[in-house]
Design a protein around this ligand. Structure first.
Ligand SMILES: Cc1cc2nc3c(=O)[nH]c(=O)nc-3n(C[C@H](O)[C@H](O)[C@H](O)COP(=O)(O)O)c2cc1C
Length: 158
């Protein structure tokens, strides 16, 4: 079997349109988080979701240690928040409004919906891992549309 070209991998998988989330946790009172598109619904009974953190993520080890994470599903008008959380380092929460969810993980203001989870399992997956979260609380709190991501660009349904 031939080796898969990384450019081809990127451009092909880039055709898969997703929403955008900020996966956030709180360790020793410090809120941390990162932008992700690798969020998926896994199971209804029990309620499980999946997220794939890169092994180079600096926020994920702290989120893992906290044992919980909140998936913040971004609204169409939150691209600036997406950009902030897609950078590594610095205080990404400076000047941002948020409140702790039932697990203590940060819920950002202005989001479309949240899914607050307990970390149930983590599986190795190449340069990423697959984190499985057991849903402890969730709700739709915004009335706009989701921020979409396709081929390196952001968009909306409108
Ligand atoms: C639209 C978009 C989707 C992303 N999806 C993921 C993802 O699913 N998993 C991941 O680990 N990083 C993803 N990233 C990259 C991280 O947000 C980025 O590496 C960030 O700097 C990590 O921050 P950290 O070092 O604080 O963890 C994505 C970035 C963007 C802009």
């Amino acid at each position: 079997m031939k080796e898969v070209d990384s450019q081809l991998f990127r451009s092909t998988l880039g055709r898969f349109c997703t929403g955008v989330v900020v996966a956030a946790g709180c360790l020793d009172g410090e809120p941390v988080g990162f932008t992700a598109q690798s969020f998926v619904s896994l199971s209804l009974d029990p309620p499980l979701v999946g997220l794939c953190p890169a092994k180079i993520s600096t926020s994920w080890p702290k989120i893992r240690d906290s044992g919980h994470f909140c998936i913040n599903i971004l609204s169409v008008d939150q691209q600036s928040i997406c950009d902030v959380f897609a950078r590594s380092g610095g205080d990404k929460f400076a000047g941002l409004a948020w409140q702790p969810g039932v697990t203590g993980s940060p819920m950002l203001s202005g989001i479309l919906a949240y899914v607050d989870c307990e970390l149930e399992a983590e599986h190795d997956a190449g340069d990423h891992t697959i984190a499985v979260g057991r849903v402890r609380d969730l709700a739709v709190i915004g009335d706009g549309g989701p921020l979409l991501f396709l081929q390196g660009m952001y968009g909306s349904f409108n």
